[in-house]
Design a binder for this molecule. Structure first.
Ligand SMILES: [Zn+2]
Length: 141
């Protein structure tokens, strides 16, 4: 599977910023296969939650692993890990992009989807974007 790289994040960056973005992203991104393996083999200890920095859930699994329930949950969560890792990576990419080039990516207040520069409506949920109202020509004079 191709690593997550959305040109939306780097479209407005200069080559230096793009290099910076990719370096930071490669460091921050998590691996889908590793996420599945953690859930499968160490899921009862919540390792797959710690992997995606869901530390609260991880601690909860650690506290209750002796019940055996977390082992079952970990097995079930194997199937959700690829999607969770992709969401995590997308969030990391948006976070990094917003720090490198703050104007490059804004996010929909309603659903959190990344908004393309200059967009008036969210392409994901259709909500109007506050602060990016259609250009109104100033009245003459
Ligand atoms: Zn939205």
């Amino acid at each position: 599977m191709m690593p997550f790289t959305n040109p939306m994040y780097t479209a407005n960056m200069n080559p230096q910023q793009q290099a910076w973005f990719h370096a930071e992203y490669e460091r921050a991104r998590k691996d889908e296969v590793a996420g599945v393996l953690f859930a499968f083999f160490l899921g009862m200890f919540g390792v797959h939650h710690f992997y995606l920095r869901r530390n609260g859930l991880g601690v909860l699994y650690l506290l209750f692993f002796w019940t055996g329930i977390t082992a079952i949950l970990g097995f079930i969560e194997c199937f959700f890990m690829p999607g969770r890792v992709r969401d995590y990576n997308a969030a990391q990419a948006a976070y990094i992009a917003s720090h490198i080039a703050p104007t490059a990516v804004s996010r929909c207040a309603a659903c959190g989807a990344p908004i393309e520069p200059g967009a008036v409506f969210c392409f994901n949920c259709g909500a109007a974007i506050p602060g990016s109202a259609p250009f109104r020509p100033q009245a003459a004079g």
